[in-house]
Design a protein around this ligand. Sequence first.
Ligand code: PHE
Length: 369
Amino acid sequence: MSGPNTNYDPVETTPLQSEALEQMVAEATAAFAGAVTVADLKAARIAHTGDRSPLALANREIGALPPQARKEAGQRIGKARGEVNKALKAREEVVRAAELERVLTEERVDVTLPVELAPAGAVHPITGLMDRIAEVFVAMGWEIAEGPEAEAEWTNFDALNLHADHPARQMQDTLYLAPVENNTLLRTHTSPVQVRTMLDREPPIYVICPGKVYRADELDATHVPVFHQVEGLCVDKGITFAHLRGTLEHFARAMFGDVKTRMRPNYFPFTEPSAEVDLECFVCHGESVGNPERPCRTCNSEGWIEWGGCGVVNPRVLRAAGVDPDVYSGFAFGMGIERTLMFRNDAADMRDMIEGDIRFSRSLLGGAR
Ligand code: PHE
């Protein structure tokens, strides 16, 4: 058995020699000094103070030394580590400050630069006007009803007393959906919503239905193949033509201000009696009538312009929709929204309403409401 090796010189263990440690400190300090970014410094920190750094490895050597030599070696390493940490800390402050400075300059936002303006949209005047109409009726306690645009032929025609050979059922007016045997079409008016509403609920019924309708028309200044109507339906006990007249008077005033209206006998299969509602021409106020020197283009010198159709609901329609005509009666009306917009906002050409030019919408914004 050999005794402890008292001759063992700890200084001889290379990584623990003062020069070696000084070298490590010098290398670490140089690496820190060379680090420019926070990332560089992190790499240098791991390399020179991490678990696998020369100093950490040297530290492990201490365990191999004889006990009496460990203290001194430990102190030497501790001192070297202290120096390295101090250098790291000092450099960290410098690098952080530089980084902050860089971010503040490079990422500065110039609030005086002009902003790129994305053009904002606008509510289409047709939508705006339909909303306005809804508000007028909701304020009187009416409700909004809706129906599909792809409609059954029965609801669009038959239930409304439009017999099979009625001219409106001819193919040139109505857009049928293929296959024709399905008897489905694009609704030609909003009146099928009357039928749907009566089938759906019990009177009293006070509803309006604003919506899109379709007819196989050529596009010109006064015709569009897809347009909008607002349908009104009231079914209650004791409803007469007088209620219809009063309601439309209120509606006309809400749309056009102080305007004169008149009703002219007309024919619709779904109402009896039926009438056409006219507005007094707001351009000539009737002065062009019989006055060839001052003709009026708006009303064709007739003094009145046609606004929409209306009437007392035909008992046959009530019956088809499951309402007893001996107990209830009602009235209905239907107006074109495009026409209403034309009169109300002086929009002369219907094509403007479908082109989607934001300037048109903007010019009528507010006016359409
Ligand atoms: N549905 C008719 C049309 O499109 C308008 C109307 C509705 C007439 C309600 C009378 C009653 O022309």
